[in-house]
Design a protein around this ligand. Structure first.
Ligand code: TA6
Length: 279
């Protein structure tokens, strides 16, 4: 495998390859399994992504934390509940396409082909982290795709976090009986939050305890999912410590809540999220 100087494969487990990036602008880790960004730490900053200490690293199990790739659908399959939640590719090894680097960062490219589904995932790690998921329609008929880049952002404590930029947006609150509501002001966390916002705009995650602000920009995504399981739900996840919910907030660039994208024959759609730490 021909890798640039800043990229090497972890020596730990050849059955579960992890690409380790050590570049002047950042360090990062990306698993071949799920084409899953596990870690991103800009130079002179703390780690930005949350990775559960109880995450499981074996085929068919999505890594808890980092940026799971939920595709070609988000949450339950729209027509077949027997299908896995959050799509087909979080729990599979992707194909490694290639890697390159320059003075501003490193790019890794991965691909997957399952039946009618074809995707490429590009990870650009530098002073910012950009993840782009391209759905390619190689058929002679339209395909309908949804999904999310399900980013787990690390925080000092979720009760000291607020999400800025969703004021006035409609959202589907999926906690308990689903209901459509409208956001008033910033989003705060003092209970389970699982919301699909009608929003294409950039938003800020402000950690008032650590003083860090993270900017999340996106494209190709009509909805933003904001999630924290809080205490009761957290105990239901074997791959998350019971108190792990304190340490992350998911801000997901998504195509969700019936907002599927139609990709025409020969066409493609790109779902992108870009994360940076505000100075
Ligand atoms: O994105 C929020 C969500 O859909 C929640 O409802 C919760 O299910 C979360 O994803 C995690 O799902 P997972 O399948 O990774 O446990």
């Amino acid at each position: 495998m021909n890798l640039p100087a800043s990229v090497h494969l972890s020596a730990d487990d050849h059955a579960y390859p992890i690409f380790e990036i050590n570049h002047p602008t950042c360090t990062a880790k990306v698993a071949l399994h799920g084409a899953h960004v596990m870690s991103w730490k800009p130079a002179d900053e703390d780690e930005v992504l949350y990775l559960s200490p109880d995450a499981v690293f074996r085929e068919s199990k999505a890594i808890r934390g980092g940026i799971p790739v939920c595709w070609p659908w988000f949450s339950a399959h729209p027509a077949d509940l027997a299908q896995p939640s959050h799509g087909l590719v979080r729990g599979r090894f992707w194909d490694f396409i290639g890697a390159s680097e320059d003075t501003s960062g490193v790019t890794l490219r991965f691909g997957i082909h399952i039946g009618i589904w074809n995707a490429e995932l590009r990870v650009r790690a530098g002073e910012e982290l950009e993840v782009a998921l391209e759905t390619k329609n190689n058929l002679e008929m339209p395909i309908v795709v949804s999904g999310a880049l399900h980013t787990y952002l690390g925080v000092s404590d979720i009760s000291h976090v607020r999400v800025v930029g969703l004021d006035g947006c409609g959202y589907l609150d999926t906690v308990g009986t689903p209901k459509m509501l409208k956001q008033k002001g910033d989003v705060y966390f003092d209970t389970e939050v699982d919301r699909i916002y009608d929003s294409s705009s950039r938003i800020l995650l402000v950690d008032d305890l650590s003083g860090r602000t993270i900017l999340i920009e996106k494209s190709g995504s009509p909805t933003t999912v904001v999630w924290n399981p809080w205490s009761e739900k957290a105990t239901a996840f074997a791959d998350l410590p019971d108190d792990g919910f304190h340490k992350f907030c998911c801000i997901e660039a998504a195509i969700a809540n019936d907002m599927a994208e139609i990709v025409m024959p020969g066409g493609s759609h790109v779902l992108m999220t870009r994360i940076s730490v505000e100075e």
